[in-house]
Design a protein around this ligand. Structure first.
Ligand code: ATP
Ligand code: MG
Length: 334
């Protein structure tokens, strides 16, 4: 059976892009007959500074978000990355397999390190090797992610292939990225050329899963657009990134194709379309927001779910790590 793995950083500000590009699709995968592991990747989060108290809160909030969105902790394994030590252990091996040049080419590294790369953490540079370990320590076959993670998944395949080649084994699978749907790259509401991100300094750039109905409506009303009416054909979105973004968001939430949406709203002005989008967003997000807030009142239960998840996860990861150590030539304890 396919084994699905994916992760989200508990760095706060869980947003609509995370929901449509990742979380909602995890829930769709759960409906299929697969084994799945979903991870709060706290070790990735600390590659940039995280306030310790905020990190704990965000980790529990993310877990609440997973469950509120529809993941069932009995069916899927929900874990906090740092509770499953094999992720970090395999990452070290992969640090020794991956090449500096591979990491330097990563656009996420270039974007996040910015001009002051000398001052970025070593962890931020090595991020993709840890991500490869997250996936391969389960021998996962499918990884549903947003478009921005495509390059990291290609690197994951490169690491698996180089490991297999260097050690003359056929041990790590070449994992399939699963990047599909209308919202694999939700853009900032303020700038149609930037993806919506947790780390964007502007709160108006994103819809947070914790925003109330008024805030959602206000952010959509203020979203950047051009002055023209909506087109009735997809080609009419060419060169109109902000219009395309709002239509994609609508399509993903309505579970319709972009063609279907444009057939309905083509010719409308944004002043008419934006309230429709706001209503749909509120209708889809509010139940999740409310359930998240309710679950956050039961922190001990969230902590138990994570502890139980890591126990189940380690049944998979421990044997794979042991075998990896053996392949590499590390002497096992007797
Ligand atoms: P950060 O800015 O701190 O990197 P992020 O918003 O990119 O945060 P991540 O935790 O890095 O969030 O990513 C979690 C998942 O959400 C990944 O699968 C990623 O591809 C997906 N994702 C992130 N942003 C978007 C987006 N704007 N549209 C669609 N998917 C997204
Ligand atoms: Mg990211």
């Amino acid at each position: 059976t396919p084994r699905v793995f994916s992760g989200i950083q508990p760095s706060g500000n869980l947003h609509l892009g995370n929901y449509l590009g990742a979380l909602k699709r995890f829930v769709d995968w759960q409906a299929k007959d697969v084994e799945s592991i979903y991870c709060m990747v706290d070790m990735h989060a600390i590659t940039v500074w995280q306030d310790p108290a905020d990190l704990k809160k965000s980790t529990r909030e993310l877990c609440a978000g997973f469950i509120a969105a529809g993941l069932d902790p009995e069916q899927s394994i929900l874990i906090n990355q740092s509770q499953v030590p094999e992720h970090a252990q395999l990452a070290w091996i992969f640090n020794c397999v991956a090449r500096m040049g591979w990491m330097q080419r990563m656009t996420q590294w270039k974007d996040k390190a910015g001009k002051n790369a000398q001052n970025a953490s070593l962890g931020l540079f090595a991020y993709p090797a840890l991500m490869a370990a997250d996936i391969l320590v389960y021998h996962a076959t499918h990884v549903p992610v947003g478009e921005d993670q495509k390059q990291h998944l290609e690197l994951t395949r490169d690491i698996a292939a180089k490991f297999n080649h260097d050690y003359g084994v056929d041990f790590f699978p070449l994992t399939e990225p699963v990047i599909e749907g209308a919202a694999t790259r939700v853009m900032s509401l303020r700038d149609g050329s930037k993806k919506m991100s947790k780390s964007d300094a502007s709160d108006a750039s994103r819809i947070n899963l914790t925003d109330d109905a008024d805030t959602i409506a206000k952010k959509i009303r203020k979203a950047k657009t051009d002055p023209d009416a909506l087109p009735s054909e997809v080609e009419g979105l060419d060169g109109r990134p902000e219009a395309r973004n709002l239509v994609n968001i609508y399509a993903a939430m309505a579970e319709q194709s972009v063609e279907q949406v444009l057939a309905d709203v083509g010719g409308k002005a944004f002043s008419e379309f934006k309230p429709m989008l706001a209503d749909l967003s509120v209708a889809k997000m509010s139940p999740i927001t409310t359930e998240m807030a309710r679950l956050m009142q039961h922190q001990d239960e969230i902590d138990k779910i994570l502890a139980r998840g890591s126990e189940r996860a380690r049944e998979i990861t421990a044997p794979i790590l042991r075998k990896t150590y053996d392949i590499v030539g590390m002497v096992a304890p007797v």
